[in-house]
Design a protein around this ligand. Structure first.
Ligand code: SAM
Ligand code: SF4
Length: 347
């Protein structure tokens, strides 16, 4: 059978189904921002005086559940909750538990989370209980003062205690670190060593031009090719065949036995294998992190108790997924390529 863009067709007989975009890519991964709020104000992500959305615009937990379940019905196999900080959303565990039921039926293969770790001590065991196996924790530095400077409001010891709690609960933790020129670039080697000791994989992320944050992007941007070259002075990195279907490229660190990954949206085009779409907490679906085009799912969600209009809106949106992004950071492009913040689309 041929693949037709945007058409949700039965995969073999009737179930599971799959979504295919205009470029033949199977869309199997949904990232959902469950809130735009956060208990940190990371310098590359938010301005200190952020204005958050009014409650009426935010999908209720029941609406988020319905939207996510529609995607699962249409073939999404992996669901990542993000934000803002997902674990500051009140009663978030009711959504996690409800989505966890799709793991039990086998409709969903993975339910996971990206968190700043501040609330993990409280929630780690419950997350594991609801069916999560792995989580990503964002941690850019192991230096308490630097951590306070980057996150503005965060406390490093709380996050480290959260990581500990997650490991004790049996969750597989991966660390994501944004590489920031002149901020944490003297620490990368130490972080590789620390993650090795912790039995944790580490992924470096290039800073992306998202949202007005009152700082000059060009000042923060550090190409990961330079990070890798620096690490190779201290560690033996063997290219790994490990792939997650995402933009990360992995290396095995021979001395620690763990992996180090590099996500380079600025210097490499990873769009040709993109299998994901992003839903914001207002019900806006972005088919590409780096493009403005979007689809409104809140209207069909609120217009009808039946899921028919929602399913149709999702299929129509997938038929418009663009080929790729065009992020640019250079001196001629001091403005962000995309004006919405990462905390809106969830990274
Ligand atoms: N609050 C959670 C956290 O920090 O993990 C989840 C949301 S946060 C927006 C998701 C990821 O995006 C984090 O790893 C964060 O470091 C990253 N991020 C935020 N703004 C970014 C930017 N401008 N460029 C690259 N990564 C960014
Ligand atoms: Fe909050 Fe995550 Fe953005 Fe930091 S990166 S301000 S923790 S949403």
């Amino acid at each position: 059978m041929r693949d037709f863009p945007g058409i949700v067709r039965p995969f073999r007989n009737s179930y599971p189904r799959t979504m295919i975009d205009p470029f033949g890519r199977h869309i199997s991964y949904l990232r959902v921002s469950v809130t735009d709020r956060c208990d940190f104000r990371c310098v590359y992500c938010m301005a200190e005086d952020m204005t958050f959305l009014p409650k009426s615009e935010i999908l209720s937990l029941e609406e988020l559940d319905r939207a996510c379940s529609a995607f699962v019905r249409q073939g999404v196999k992996k669901l990542r909750l993000t934000g803002g900080e997902p674990l500051v959303r009140r009663n978030i565990m009711s959504l996690v538990r409800s989505l966890g039921q799709h793991l039990e039926t086998g409709a969903l293969e993975e339910l996971t989370l990206t968190t700043n770790g501040s609330q993990l001590e409280r929630y780690a065991a419950e997350l594991k209980d609801a069916g999560m196996r792995r989580i990503n924790v964002s941690l850019d530095t192991l230096d308490p003062d630097k951590f306070a400077a980057i996150t503005r409001w965060g406390k490093l010891d709380k996050v480290l205690a959260g990581i500990d709690a997650a490991k004790k609960a049996g969750l597989d933790v991966k660390i994501n670190a944004v590489a920031l020129k002149g901020v944490n670039d003297d620490e990368f080697s130490r972080m590789v060593g620390w993650c090795g000791d912790q039995g944790i994989d580490l992924t470096f992320i290039e800073v992306m031009p998202m949202g007005e944050i009152g700082e000059q992007r060009i000042d923060q941007y550090l190409p990961l090719s330079m990070v890798r070259a620096d690490l190779q002075r201290h560690w033996t990195l063997d290219e790994s065949s490990h792939r997650t279907g995402g933009p990360a490229r992995y290396y095995d660190v021979r001395e620690t036995g763990r992996r180090v990954g590099f996500i380079t949206p600025m210097t490499h085009n990873f769009c040709e294998s993109c299998n994901r779409v992003r839903l914001t907490c207002t019900g806006t679906l972005y088919m590409c992190l780096g493009q403005h085009d979007s689809a409104d799912l809140r209207t069909p969600l609120r217009a009808s108790e039946s899921d028919g209009p929602l399913d149709a809106a999702i299929a129509e949106a997938i038929s418009r997924k663009p080929k790729g992004h065009d992020f640019i950071i250079d001196r001629r492009h001091a403005k962000p390529a995309v004006t919405r913040h990462m905390s809106v689309t969830g990274g």
